[in-house]
Design a protein around this ligand. Structure first.
Ligand SMILES: NC(=O)c1ccc[n+]([C@@H]2O[C@H](COP(=O)([O-])OP(=O)(O)OC[C@H]3O[C@@H](n4cnc5c(N)ncnc54)[C@H](O)[C@@H]3O)[C@@H](O)[C@H]2O)c1
Length: 245
């Protein structure tokens, strides 16, 4: 049966790869992003393959944007059965260099957005016996220099996932993936030294692709994971298995 799958931050990178993967499997995808042009481009590309998708504006930090999208989807008879919370916002700098605004925005976009998604769509997820997949990071379990708000938000996503999996059981499963270094535009700004270090740190000796995260998200959202909830799944090429390199 065709499900409606809502993905945040799906105009680029891992979210866009997830949108393509769900669409390839026959789902109807709501490709959302604050960058609505990018979301619409991904949706148009999906529709060109004959699959179902729309590109919709969603700033995950804005409660009203969630309400607007909710009204649109309900009016269009597209209640989400699956939500992938993938959007994030990150500002590097040690804690005392972070402004109050930057700190709050990082927590709002990366962590509180998950609360907003459940508040908005708990009923449609429950009715569909659906599920949620959140996108955390290896930063949720290991520190990296000068990322205090990102680390706090990504760590929070792991405990929030566990909590939601309890509170919305037995009808809604909630899981979280922890990507390592994944080749998206995020890596375009990194130095070649940082990139090489990330490659060495992964025991698989390379960065991952967005598609390699998307396939794990899709697995967690699918019937093959019907007895998996509250789980944190590393997709890090072995990065966190070793103190090495
Ligand atoms: N790339 C990596 O190495 C890596 C590693 C670990 C975790 N992750 C996580 O994967 C997820 C996707 O990252 P990516 O690498 O694909 O990045 P990306 O920059 O390619 O995509 C992120 C998307 O989020 C959107 N976005 C930003 N703020 C938003 C907001 N307020 N509301 C809605 N959308 C917003 C952006 O417009 C963009 O389309 C993030 O949660 C990130 O923390 C990435």
């Amino acid at each position: 049966m065709m499900r409606t799958v809502l993905i945040s931050g799906a105009g680029h990178g891992i979210g866009a790869a997830a949108a393509r993967a769900f669409a390839d499997a026959g789902d109807d995808v709501v490709v959302t992003d604050i960058d609505v042009d990018a979301a619409q481009a991904v949706a148009a590309e999906i529709r060109a393959t004959g699959a179902a998708a729309t590109g919709n504006f969603l700033d995950v930090a804005d409660p009203e944007a969630w309400e607007t999208l909710s009204r649109e989807l309900r009016a269009a008879q597209r209640p989400p059965a699956v939500i992938v919370n993938n959007a994030f916002f990150q500002v590097a700098g040690v804690a005392h260099e972070q402004t109050e605004d930057n700190w709050s925005k990082q927590l709002s976009v990366t962590l509180s957005s998950v609360y907003r998604s459940m508040r908005t769509f708990h009923d449609t997820l429950t009715a569909a016996r659906g599920n949620m997949v959140n996108v955390s990071s290896v930063h949720g379990v290991l520190a990296w220099a000068e990322q205090p708000a990102y680390a706090a938000a990504k760590g929070g996503l792991i405990s929030l996932t566990r909590q939601l999996s309890l509170d919305y059981a037995p009808h809604v499963r909630v899981n979280v993936v922890l990507p390592g270094a994944i080749q998206t535009r995020q890596w375009n700004h990194q130095s070649s030294e940082d990139r090489q270090r990330a490659e060495r740190q992964a025991t698989l000796q390379r960065l991952g692709t967005p598609e390699e995260v998307a396939s794990v998200i899709q697995f967690l959202a699918g019937d093959g994971a019907s007895y998996v909830t509250g789980a944190s799944l590393l997709v890090d090429g072995g990065m966190t298995t070793t103190l090495g390199a």
